[in-house]
Design a protein around this ligand. Sequence first.
Ligand code: ATP
Length: 495
Amino acid sequence: CPPCGEKQMRVVGWRRVASTLSPSPPAPQSQAGGDAARWARMYEVVRRRGLVLPNSEVYGGLASALDFGPLGAQLKKNLRDRWWRDFVERRRNCMGLESSVLMNRAVWEAAGHLSSFTDPLVECKLCHARFRADHLEQGSGGQGYMCPCPQKNTDFSEPKEFNMLFQTRYGCTEDSPMIPLRPETAQGIFTQFPAIVRNHRPRLPFGVGQVGKSFRNEISPGHMLFRMREFEQMELEFFCKPEEATHWYQYWVQESLQWLLDLGIPSEMLRCEEAVGEEAAHYAACSTDIEFLFSFGWGELWGIANRTDFDLRAHMLASGKDFSMRELQESGSTHTLPYCIEPALGLDRLMLALLSATYTEEEVLSADGQPTTRSLFRLPVDLAPIQMAVLPLSKKEPLVSIADSFADRLCSQIRCEVDVTQSIGKRYRRQDEVGTPFCVTVDFETPHDGCVTIRYRDSMFQVRMPMDQVVDIVSDSNATLWDFQGPQSTECSTG
Ligand code: ATP
């Protein structure tokens, strides 16, 4: 890394990370080696509960394209809002930006994407399936790759660089130019850098964050939300003095890691991998991937790169515009071309990581004393798509009307829904499976005593209390309600 020398960057960067994480944390028991059946059940819950839906399913779908159902869309929004709050809104020296997906082709020419945004593609000579070479298992023969086909073929075509840019025709004539759909949100920030400096007069260091869709024609998309062709990124471009780049790079690795831990992701499911010099992407001097232990093994969740002045310099040279910043010093003013540290996070991958980290299967006793397995997502209360479900014990009146008007009172403060169909036990299970932390049951006594039973998802502890008290707890202090826990109990005293 130019400011400090390659070796020092590797050692210092790693030691700081290691203060929070051990370099190679052991996989947690339940995940180790990939309990395939358990993960398959988790994916099944996610699909069955409509968090994620196959795209254009009524026409047979579109490979690897996914939609988010109402609960998935809400969960995604909650994560997006949390990131925006913590990386943009609550930082005095950071601001947001929204640039468009389609940009002048010259942007991608200058940034190197037209020539270098490639992955190595190989083809199995037996089954003709195509793979990203660095994703294939190592075999013993040929170039060392092994096809996952039943024959476990090791005879592959030579790797060729496949450019992952999607291109579309921009204009209504046949000779209108083809331009790429952005493969990262970052270039929208870099190209607006002179305008941001002109309009906002920021002092170094400062950051510009952006959330938005990116598109990559991935060779082998898959693992549900992990690798998609259309996905969403949350990127911060943090500009600093070149001599401070090492400091800020390490700072953002730590901040990113801490943010994941604060989200409730256990440290043993996270690790850092650093790439320096040649190992890093073409635009970066060095980078750290924060990896998560997904169902298929470790995979990149968040990339933090020291992009140096690569992008600003490239756009300055190609556009002929001045991207430097004037800085006043005692000796007069100087012009600096800032360095950029980029923490880049994928929203879809983050959602998959959070679901994976909070998915739990446990043996419980049903209302009739029989052992049964319940599946739940222990989602943090502020991120859960539904925070409170109101369940009338019967579809009969006045229980449903009471439940409806109670939910009406709550829903200005929390995300609330009324669930009326099926037995109360099945409804509890359904809410567990979408991570709803609290269920409130309206029973036959409620019309007489105004009390309801509130049940906490994780402990299944239940307590009966006046409806007004539930409303008070919610409105007075979310923290009191959210900390509400109790001893492990058997399910459901009410049904
Ligand atoms: P990978 O090595 O997995 O292809 P990358 O290094 O190319 O990822 P970056 O360019 O650093 O990824 O993008 C930043 C983040 O965007 C990644 O850490 C990841 O969370 C997310 N991301 C990248 N590609 C995809 C994709 N195809 N689908 C979903 N998320 C993605």
